[in-house]
Design a binder for this molecule. Structure first.
Ligand code: PLP
Length: 287
């Protein structure tokens, strides 16, 4: 069965999904995106992703390509046509097609592309053994709260991780404090059992999974502090994990080749992951 993509008003065979060479996303990375988890036919935290898309668009003074509800209809239609139960939906909006000029074009509609890719339900290996991360300097711009398609530092970081046989790279700021991963938020549990992640601001992306985890931590009475943590604190943490919409809560068992605690996924990470799975199962029931 062929994969179907949506490109500016048309559902097309994925192999034929193309954008114009003067699309500003292609030439300037002048665009934003979202990745939504499709779990057993349901879009997880759909409203929160669309709220963040709205915020990214507003921050960059970019128009919605369609009304929010119309965009949702397209999203569900792309999912329906692809017939995947579990996968990732990718939504990209750019400032449209115009002759190359840095300034915003006038009266040009924004471009909209959507694709869906099937993924396996849960990579048990990652869950059972955890993953390794390396740390690298954060060389990104100052508005990391906007989910822009301009991802070159993230690409370089993930490649550096892969070359070091690690799963992710955690980036650190000028003072040595961890900001986030190249495609995930970063968390530790201190030796005293406190869950810590960097406060939201312009220096990290406000992950949708991060928001959900914060709610669950409160509900489960897990002590929590929103504050910066250093690489050294992370090396000595009781647990560490990363979060994103693709893999929810993923335990981190080594950082820069230093084993975290006993090298096994920690109990708080496992509890939060289980809680997240429950939330996903509930989303399937009520949606
Ligand atoms: N931080 C960065 C830089 C990301 O790219 C992502 C996800 O792609 C996240 C954090 C986690 O965000 P979410 O939980 O919304 O997937």
């Amino acid at each position: 069965m062929p994969r179907v993509a949506y490109v500016n008003g048309r559902y097309v065979d994925h192999r034929d999904a193309v954008v114009h060479v003067e699309d500003r996303g292609y030439q300037f990375a002048d665009g934003v995106y979202e990745v939504v988890h499709l779990f057993r036919g349901r879009l997880i935290d759909e409203a929160a992703h669309l709220d963040r898309l709205d915020r990214s668009l507003r921050e960059l003074e970019m128009d919605w390509p369609l009304g929010r509800q119309a965009l949702q209809v397209v999203m569900h239609e792309v999912v329906r046509r692809n017939r995947f139960a579990t996968g990732l939906v990718y939504i990209q909006v750019t400032r449209g097609v115009a002759p190359r000029d840095h300034k915003f074009p006038h009266d040009v509609p924004s471009s909209l592309v959507m694709t869906v890719r099937a993924i396996p339900e849960f990579p048990d290996d990652m869950r059972e053994h955890g993953v390794g991360v390396i740390t690298i300097a954060d060389i990104r711009w100052a508005r990391r709260d906007i989910k822009t398609i301009s991802l070159l530092p993230n690409v370089l970081g993930k490649q550096a991780a892969a070359q070091a046989q690690a799963y992710e790279a955690w980036m650190y700021d000028h003072d040595g404090f961890v900001t986030e991963g190249t495609s995930s938020n970063a968390w530790i549990i201190t030796t005293k059992g406190t869950l810590v992640t960097r406060p939201s601001g312009n220096d990290i992306l406000q992950g949708i999974t991060r928001q959900a985890i914060l709610k669950f931590a409160e509900e489960l009475d897990i002590p929590f502090e929103a504050r910066k943590f250093s690489r050294d604190e992370a090396y000595n943490a009781r647990e560490a994990f990363l979060s994103n919409s693709s893999h929810f809560v993923t335990p981190v068992t080594s950082i820069d080749d230093r084993v975290i605690a006993n090298g096994k996924p920690g109990s708080v990470s496992v509890t939060l992951h289980q809680r997240y799975l429950k939330f996903m199962a509930e989303s399937c029931k009520i949606a």
